[in-house]
Design a protein around this ligand. Sequence first.
Ligand SMILES: Nc1nc2c(c(=O)[nH]1)N[C@H]1C(S)=C(S)[C@@H](COP(=O)(O)OP(=O)(O)OC[C@H]3O[C@@H](n4cnc5c(=O)[nH]c(N)nc54)[C@H](O)[C@@H]3O)O[C@H]1N2
Ligand SMILES: Nc1nc2c(c(=O)[nH]1)N[C@H]1C(S)=C(S)[C@@H](COP(=O)(O)OP(=O)(O)OC[C@H]3O[C@@H](n4cnc5c(=O)[nH]c(N)nc54)[C@H](O)[C@@H]3O)O[C@H]1N2
Ligand SMILES: [Mo]
Length: 848
Amino acid sequence: MAEAHPVGFQWVMEAKRRGATVIHVDPRFTRTSAVADVHVPLRAGTDIAFLGGLIRHVLETGAYFEEYVKAYTNAPMLVSEEFRDTEDLDGVFSGFDPATGTYDVHSWQYEDADVEASAGLRDERAMVQEHEHAEISGSGGAPFSATPTRDDTLQHPRCVFQVLRRHYARYTPEMVEQVCGISPENFRAVADALTRNSGRERTSAFAYAVGWTHHTVGVQYIRAASILQSLLGNIGRPGGGILALRGHASIQGSTDIPTLYDMLPGYIPMPHAHREQDLTTFIESNSGDKGYWGHMDTYLVSLLKAWFGDAATADNGFCFDHLPRLTGDHSSFRTVMAQARGEVPGYFVMGENPAVGTANAKQQRLGLAKLEWLVVRDLNMIETATFWKDGPEIETGEMRTEDIGTEVFFLPAANHTEKDGTFTNTQRLLQWHHKAVEPPGDCRSELWFYHQLGLRLKERLAGSTDPRDRPLQDLTWNYPVEVGPTGIAEPSADAVLREINGTDADGRALSSYLDMKADGSTAGGCWIYTGVYAEEVNRAARRRPGREQDLVAAEWGWAWPMNRRVLYNRASADPDGKPWSERKKLLWWDGERWTGPDVPDFPVSTPPDHVPAEHSRGAESIAGNEPFVMQGDGRAWLYAPAGLLDGPMPAHYEPQESPVPNVLYPRHRANPARQQFPRPDNTYNPPGDHFPYVFTTFRVTEHHTAGGMSRWTPHLNELFPQMFLEVSPELAAERGLVDNDWAHVVTARSAVEGRVMITERAKPLRVGDGSGGTTVIHQIGVPWHWGPNGLSTGDAANEILSVALDPNVHIMETKAATCDIRPGRRPRGPDLVAYLADRRRAAGLEDQ
Ligand SMILES: Nc1nc2c(c(=O)[nH]1)N[C@H]1C(S)=C(S)[C@@H](COP(=O)(O)OP(=O)(O)OC[C@H]3O[C@@H](n4cnc5c(=O)[nH]c(N)nc54)[C@H](O)[C@@H]3O)O[C@H]1N2
Ligand SMILES: Nc1nc2c(c(=O)[nH]1)N[C@H]1C(S)=C(S)[C@@H](COP(=O)(O)OP(=O)(O)OC[C@H]3O[C@@H](n4cnc5c(=O)[nH]c(N)nc54)[C@H](O)[C@@H]3O)O[C@H]1N2
Ligand SMILES: [Mo]
């Protein structure tokens, strides 16, 4: 966090100054470890075993927050009799189909929970899950509407609490040591610090970024942390929670108003092509009955009104049929593989450098080379725009410029200081940034580009009678423009934010999504952002200093939803509505309403003892003691009966490539439901002596991601001039590596070179070898900021990575893979191709 989120990390240091214990869990000793109280080095890719060990510790020592767990989590719910655990089935959950590598998730349900759901809904969900990998899930948990059977004593053998206990029973400190290489003393230090600092009077927070997500079990890492935090009562309370430290400046914003293929703004799922669906049936099958998703009709109709304006009427389902439809997994890797097959004619690359930044960068370039046209908008002449003339395949002779038919358009982009707009950060906080200078030359903002593109497409299609052009013809596109000093007619970012906020029947800005209607009288581009422009004020631009405000600083920027700073904050009070403790009070029931410094994440006047009427829907159905209002059952899920594709509880699996067997589940080395793509351009390293070491890729403060900004910035390149490889003195001795000399890391995909950095910070770990003994694992740190263009050049780490994905979100595994390391530079030109072929043959792999 000190390295990649240094600005946020100042608050960690501030907390430490006031007595907080800072624990850093990372295979590498970094700038964060240097200032932490405890550093826990572990083998890359083993955090579920570690977190599972902590979950077991909390359950077995009784250190969980019992009242919170009983009242606010699904610990008492009974799980279906059909469910079988990994502990019963040698490493898989019930419903696994080895032929397809997917789960039928039916048996994971709660007992009786499907009873009230219509059979049609159930079948439809199963159909989509089986055939299309649940590209429908959106957010807020899968919808379901029943009231599951409970055992509030937590004794029933099939209640979630007992199921969880059995699941983690084998995750002992000794097992943690075997799998992760963490000593029992270090484990105990963390377990004690965490449990000591949780409960009524104290809370602990978890912060994570891509060291946790970039794994074939990435989603389950976060689930494991959620289970632990829910057991400890650390959710919905000040100082608690799980903070997803975001990457690019507005990566949170780009999931809220998604650049993701399977979601509409505000986490509304994308409709699916293979189901006969109109607006009504779509809403019925996705909205659920209980909680705020029960109002999805108002959010979706308002979105359609924002997009299609007067053309969207009740008679035509508010132009629901204008929305694109999913036909399956169109995540970026699938798309690139389709490009390589020649199935994709054109590609826009905006603010991205996949020829350097994406795992198996060569596969990306093979895709780019098969396009008809490619548009790259960037600040610098990045590798994705120049692959056709000077990419690595041109050097090796695997591609020839004259054979590449792709027409490449490079358009210079304005950077964030050259345009207005918002960033949405980790805390869901929208912050406005003002243009400081005019963009130089032909550089243009994204808004300008898309506005112009839309205008020109609409002009071209104005006379068309082809029904497929109707969505573009009906699209509202009347943004006010402001002409700047250099004559650029820039669309108003402020007007776009106001459109996102939404307007009522009289065209006034909405104050809350609760005011959205399903009758077409309101419009709004993203329901969760409604309120950012309440009372016609751009609240993202508010900058009242913290010292002039109370602890939530509600007038600094604006957080979705409704400027609420802590989600599920009803959980900061006990079931009766009294704060769990005076120190940790945030929201309480004053006899008439929920009150406190934060905006209540709860119906304001629903009393703690409210019991909803049997068939109530939406917000009406929320009981006064159910804080998790976006979940169908109002509770935090220790066990996920639906919504995940690879298991209702996290289990430890090895990465796609691992030097050791899975000690916990010997029959299943890696996540059985992971997405694999064994292809000639994506060979996986086999286990064994040919690729005996682990490597992980990481960032440094001085460079940014794939380098498009930092590799062209002279002073940053002076600070970190060159690609390097972090190794321990022990590994250096084993392989004959010399400090500051060249070495190269090699996998079945490729080899990358860098300067050797021998450091005590890299520590070999001793772990179980799967047959009762132990083995030493060496881990190599590989920064991934370099590429062939710019002022500071070097090999891109993504050349050596393969594509293996988490099945839920299709994220690539960049944080743990196997390799070999050798002294000296890698071979160049055609010699590299021959060298890799030799390495593959030696490892027993078919050659490409
Ligand atoms: N200066 C700077 N700041 C940045 C960026 C940048 O490039 N430069 N990038 C931005 C972006 S896009 C993002 S997404 C964030 C990413 O922020 P981070 O996720 O913090 O960045 P990384 O360095 O990729 O990974 C963090 C750490 O994860 C560790 N790690 C690897 N494998 C494992 C594992 O299995 N378990 C655990 N516990 N740790 C593991 C690595 O050793 C590394 O130190 O940073 C953002 N901020
Ligand atoms: N091995 C390995 N690979 C990784 C990761 C890892 O940890 N390890 N991390 C992954 C992560 S978390 C991420 S986010 C990706 C990032 O990977 P990419 O998104 O492919 O790489 P970036 O270098 O961040 O690309 C951003 C580009 O946007 C340009 N840019 C900046 N501002 C603007 C703007 O306002 N408009 C336009 N049009 N362009 C702009 C920059 O110059 C830069 O070239 O990489 C992933 N790849
Ligand atoms: Mo990122």
